[in-house]
Design a protein around this ligand. Structure first.
Ligand code: HEM
Length: 531
């Protein structure tokens, strides 16, 4: 018995010492792991904190980097650039430290531009240098990456697509050809609103605006729309909204691209691929439909032209199927939310300012009358409507920040900007600059009425300096004319045909966080048809 106990004790002690050894090994390997982590962390700290950007060029340019406000250890100014209302955090920063600031995301340089004169200098002297955007890339994604037109470097592919975009969709002649599509969508928009008015249902203006713009863009660019009846159209709009929800994350990934690439991390890949795959599925169907009818088409739309280039070995520029799909997603995205948000903000301003509403209605009544709906050809005769829309875009630019990359080092405002610096332009601040705009926070459309003070050319030149809701230069928005048409016709029709009532006595104008400037409380109204 005692032997048995001894044996048992022996086994237990062996087991105990074995487990103690194991524990020691595990503890050792844990320590080892922690030590390795600490080493890596220290290396990163060293790299991000102490390693300064190469500044041998500073000497060559004979000037210093622009001022840099206090920053946090390691992350630098990342928290400001990625905060929920980034344009406002950056506004505070520039009002305190100046219009040209050198910021950093970890150790990667960012130049923040907040005055229109500084932006003008950059666009005038360095437009080519800033005509690319170095966005992150996810292989196979048609949302972000090398296939996306907006991320393409300023080279052959970009020029080929831009030419096509202008000749087939956004140039003056193309817009004239597609006028009928927009007219029928405007009528559909009117009957939708009328239907809601009759049923005394409330209307979410942003949602209705998204419908008309989405439908118009699909029909203009791909020659087809999606059915409202089987939920197809709603699904596409849902995808555009999901994509919109991803923009903040894409900005996050864009700004953190360089440090993350070094660590081999691809941020938000799963979510981005999920939306990307859904778009892919829809667009594959559209391409297949066009491929079946490629030879029958007399009047070739953009899909036909792109498919022909895709199948042509000797095409001016070789494009992939992903290029085509990415291009349409971008068009839909770039055109829909921007225009829909502008319609919503402008209506919010008009409803909050009954005098402006009345003046606008008088102008429309006097030019269009009361027996027909406003149409595109009326717009040149409606200067006050144009001024109202411009003022809406000034106060509420749908894209308050624009992002580019300096391909080469250069000198701006007397300061050195290193190559590969990310440029962030705060259009929101520029268009509310009290040194440039009188009563910048007030909604005053009159400021955009043609004045007798200046000739048309002087006026245009003066505005180029300070009014940039569509960005500027070679990579400025190619859809500005279409954007104005969408907003002016939709706002004009809503003022011409209905009286608008809101809950409470004031529209809540708070801004929501995100890359696109949207309303924190979407504008909901009830409407009464005009008698
Ligand atoms: C109110 C309406 C719109 C606003 C405020 C707006 C604003 C902008 C801004 C600020 C940019 C970046 C410009 C820059 O970096 O300098 C941009 C780019 C772009 N926009 Fe628009 N946009 C609008 C409507 C549209 C429409 C209707 C389309 C086409 C259907 C469109 C297509 C594009 C494209 C393709 C780009 C990328 C251009 C490039 O990378 O070269 N936009 N837009």
């Amino acid at each position: 018995m005692s032997l048995v106990i001894l044996l048992v004790q022996f086994r237990v002690s062996i087991l105990m010492s074995a487990s103690a050894t194991m524990a020691a090994i595990i503890a050792d390997s844990q320590n080892c792991f922690i030590i390795i982590l600490l080493c890596l962390f220290s290396l990163l700290c060293y790299y991000f904190i102490f390693k300064k950007p190469k500044n041998s060029r500073l000497v060559a340019y004979g000037c210093d980097l622009s001022p840099s406000p206090p920053s946090l250890p390691i992350i630098g100014h990342s928290h400001l650039l990625l905060s929920s209302l980034a344009h406002k955090s950056l506004q505070k920063l520039s009002s305190k430290y100046g219009p040209l600031l050198h910021l950093r995301i970890f150790n990667f340089p960012v130049v923040l531009v907040s005055s229109s004169s500084m932006a003008y200098e950059i666009f005038k002297a360095h437009d080519l240098n800033i005509s690319s955007r170095d966005n992150p890339s996810i292989d196979d994604s048609i949302l972000i990456g090398t296939s996306v037109f907006g991320s393409a470097p300023y080279g052959d592919y970009f020029k080929f697509m831009k030419k096509l975009l202008v000749t087939k969709l956004l140039g003056p002649q193309a817009l004239e050809r597609s006028r009928g599509i927009r007219a029928s969508e405007l009528e559909r928009f009117h009957s939708n609103l009328l239907d809601k008015a009759m049923k005394k249902e409330s209307v979410e203006i942003g949602k209705e605006a998204t419908k008309i713009i989405n439908n118009s863009l699909w029909r203009m660019s791909m020659g087809r729309s999606f059915s409202e009846k089987n939920g197809e159209a709603e699904r596409i709009r849902g995808l555009v909204t999901e994509l919109d929800g991803l923009t903040k994350k894409v900005l996050f990934a864009t700004l953190l691209r360089k440090p993350l690439e070094k660590l081999g991390i691809s941020l938000f890949k799963k979510e981005i691929m999920c939306v990307s795959n859904s778009f892919d599925e829809v667009l594959e169907r559209v391409l297949a439909e066009h491929e079946q009818k490629l030879d029958e088409h007399q009047d070739r739309d953009m899909v036909d032209v792109l498919l022909a280039a895709y199948g042509d070995e000797n095409a001016e520029h070789k494009i992939s199927r992903n290029h085509i799909k990415a291009f349409f997603v971008e068009l839909l995205f770039a055109g829909t939310d921007t225009s829909a948000q502008s319609i919503q903000w402008t209506m919010a301003e008009i409803i909050s300012n009954p005098n402006i509403f009345e003046r606008l209605r008088e102008e429309i009544d006097s030019v269009v009358g009361k027996t027909r709906l406003i149409q595109e050809t009326d717009l040149p005769k409606l200067p006050y409507l144009q001024a109202v829309v411009k003022e809406g875009l000034r106060l509420h630019p749908p894209l308050p920040l624009f992002v580019r990359t300096f391909q080469e080092g250069c000198k701006i405002g007397g300061f050195y900007v290193p190559e590969k610096t990310t440029l962030v332009g705060n259009a929101y601040v520029m268009m509310r600059d009290p040194n440039v705009w009188e009563d910048p926070e007030e909604f005053k459309p009159e400021r955009f009425l043609p004045s007798s003070r200046l000739g048309q050319e002087d006026e245009r030149r003066e505005q180029v300096l300070k009014y940039i809701p569509f960005g500027s230069g070679r990579r400025g928005c190619p859809g500005s004319n279409l954007g104005y048409i969408f907003i002016e016709t939709a706002v004009g029709l809503m003022v011409q045909c209905f009286d608008w009532r809101i809950k409470g006595d004031k529209v809540n104008m708070d801004e929501a966080g995100g890359l696109n400037l949207s309303m924190a409380h979407p504008l909901k109204c009830t409407l009464v048809p005009r008698s």
